[in-house]
Ligand binder design. Structure first.
Ligand code: PMV
Length: 338
């Protein structure tokens, strides 16, 4: 670190117009949202076809320009609020790299991941930005999954208040993860899915702030600790069983566990009429399982289907009020030699 501090900022830039790009995927929580904040395990998977992209370019101008064209935002790092998530990502990376003065840069972030809908857009933007900037500044040790995840976690705190760490983990590692918040270190395990899991992701079109929903669950837990702890423990048991079902390719069991998890999420009051309507439409149309994914009160429902069932299921979800339906597959990982 000390060695890096003395390097001239110009030495860090590779010359003007050199461009570094990195991306990160969206994510879904398969099991265990909310309970994971209280130390229960959760399972999350990346959604690789929707991504956030960050591009870093060295310029001739002075200062660091932050641009988010999708949001119509362009501003200087210097004038950004302390809790601005993009500025925070840049400052955290700068500090971790031990660089006193950044070279002049333009950093642009774009995202195909809907905001505030439980698909991890904030975490993905942070992870893409951190990775692109670490590479651009020639700090590969800061671009590893582990470091990107740890730094993204700091930014998640701004979005979420008390994040469990599952979002930043799954988008940084881009692998299905079994995650448990734990001291001194979180448990992060990747595991093998034996058979491909076909899921539809149906969007209610209702945005909801994770921070508010997590805060509301916390208030209810404080008022009725025994009841909520039982709910969280039940969700934890479901996540553990679901991992076994994923490892053993037991799709029917997995689907049942999704419905069970949804029932507990309703007890937590994080489901809503539009979410319940989508879950019931999926059940009626023969889904193996369905539940909300993420913080709830809005956002998405995930639906487990057989490979050939997606067209009819998509129609059923659209008829029940989904504004759009994505499909994704959680597939077995290729073996290292392929
Ligand atoms: O970002 P979302 O909406 O997917 O919610 C994250 C999941 C929660 O368990 C509700 C919160 C957390 O920090 O794990």
């Amino acid at each position: 670190m000390g060695r890096h501090r003395r390097r001239s900022p110009l030495h860090l830039a590779h010359g003007t117009n050199v461009k570094t790009e990195a991306t990160a995927p969206g994510k879904i929580i398969l099991f265990g949202e909310h309970a994971v904040v209280y130390g229960q395990p959760a399972i999350a998977a990346p959604v690789s076809q929707i991504r956030a992209t960050a591009t870093v370019v060295t310029t001739e101008a002075e200062g660091v320009r932050l641009i988010a064209p999708d949001l119509g935002l362009a501003y200087w790092l210097e004038g950004a609020a302390r809790d601005d998530p993009l500025a925070l990502a840049v400052r955290l990376l700068q500090e971790a790299a031990g660089i006193d003065t950044l070279p002049p840069l333009t950093i642009t972030v774009r995202s195909e991941i809907p905001i505030a809908s439980g698909l991890g857009s904030g975490a993905a933007i942070a992870a893409a930005l951190l990775r692109a900037l670490a590479r651009h500044l020639d700090r590969p040790a800061l671009a590893t999954d582990e470091r990107v995840s740890a730094l993204s976690y700091e930014i998640e705190k701004v979005h979420h208040g008390t994040p469990s760490g599952v979002d930043n983990t799954v988008v940084s590692y881009e692998r299905p993860v079994y995650f448990r918040r734990r001291k001194p270190e979180n448990l992060i395990e990747t595991f093998q899915v034996t058979a491909p899991i076909h899921l539809l992701i149906a969007d209610t079109g209702i945005r909801s702030a994770t921070r508010d929903v997590v805060g509301d669950v916390r208030r209810q837990w404080q008022k009725r600790p025994r009841e909520f702890e039982e709910i969280f423990a039940a969700c934890g048991r479901i996540a553990r069983e679901a991992r076994a079902a994923l490892e053993e390719g037991e799709q029917r069991r997995l689907g049942q566990l999704m419905y069970e998890n949804q029932a507990w999420l309703r007890q937590m009051t994080v489901s809503s009429t539009p979410l319940d309507r989508l879950v019931e439409a999926a059940r009626t149309a023969g889904a193996l399982g369905a539940k909300l994914s993420g913080a709830g009160r809005g956002g998405n429902v995930i639906v487990l289907v057989g490979e050939s069932d997606t067209v009819a299921m998509r129609d059923a979800l659209l008829s029940a009020g989904a504004i759009h339906v994505l499909s994704t597959t959680v597939a077995p990982e290729p073996s290292p030699e392929t």
